[in-house]
Design a binder for this molecule. Sequence first.
Ligand code: R2B
Ligand code: URA
Length: 308
Amino acid sequence: MSVSDEELDEYPDGSVKLRNPHIELMDQDILYHLALGSGSHDLVEMFRDVKFVCMGGTPRRMEMFAYYIMKEIGYKLPTGTTLMDISQYSYRYSMFKVGPVLSISHGMGTPSIGILLHETIKLMYHSKAKDPIFFRLGTCGGLGVEPGTVVISDDAIDGLGNHSYSVPILGKVVQRPCKFDKKLTRELKALADPEDPYETTLGTTMCADDFYEGQGRCDGAFCDYSEADKLEYLEGLMKSGVKNIEMESVPFAALTNHAGIKAAVICVALLNRLKGDQVCTPKEVLNEYQLRPQILVARYIKKYLQTK
Ligand code: R2B
Ligand code: URA
C-alpha cells in the first residue's frame, strides 16, 4: 500500500503519519538505536509534548545545546531530576529532552542520520506529538564564504548533483526528493540579527558521502586529482549556487519531506574550501562557531513559544 501526498495532507490534527502500513499491525515497535520501544515505554507520556527535534553530529554538542536551550526558554527540570541521556543504553545516539525540545546526536554521514530519522519519525508517530519541526544544527565546509558564516540550506544535492536521496531498496534505486519548507527557511533567515558578528546566508548544500575525496579534498589517504582539478570542481559547484558541503542534508531533507514534517538545516562553515582543505582553526574558535546555528534555532524556538 502506498500513501499519496494528498492523503498525508488530510490529517488536520498535526500528528505524524507513517507511510508504512506494517507498523500499526505490530504488537510493539522497538526503536533499537534509541533504546526505546512502544511496548517498553509510555512514549505518549514521555514525548507527546515534543515540538522541536534538533539534531547535530556529536553527543557532547547536543548535550550542550540541551543546557543552552533550557536556559534560553527558561525551562526548569522537574524537581529532583537531572538532564539524562535517554538513549544512553543504545550506545549509538544520545538524546536529551528539555520540555518541548529534543536534542539528539546523529553521528556522521547519510546512513547514520538515515537510521536516526526512521526511528525519530516513528517516535513522533508513537508519541502522538503534533506538528514537530526538525532542525539539523551542523558544521560544514563553505564555498566562497568566510569561516564562521552560517548557511541555511534552501536546497540539497548529492555528490552527483541530484536533488534527491537515492536509496537502494530491494535491489532498485528509489529516489526521494529533497525539499525544505520555504517559509521555515525564510523565517530562520529573518532571525539573523544585523548585529551578529558574522553573516547568515541561504544557499544550496551539497551532501557528500565522504569527508575527503567525496568533498574534493587533496588531504585524504588517497587522491588521484590535482589541486587545479579540485578548484575547478569547487568553483563550478559555487557557480551553480552551492554555498556549503556537509554530509547529512540530503536524507534530512528527503526523509522529513516524505514524512510530511517541516525541517531546516543550519550549518556553520568551519573553513572556506576555496582556500584549503585542513580544518586548522583553533579549537576555541571552532567551539564558538558551533554555537551559531544553535543561537539561530534558539531564537526561532523562543519566538515560536512566545506566540503560542
Ligand atoms: C559535518 O561535519 C562532519 C564531518 O566532519 C559531518 O557529519 C558533517 O556533515
Ligand atoms: N564538515 C564537512 O562535512 N566538511 C567540512 O569541510 C567541514 C565540516
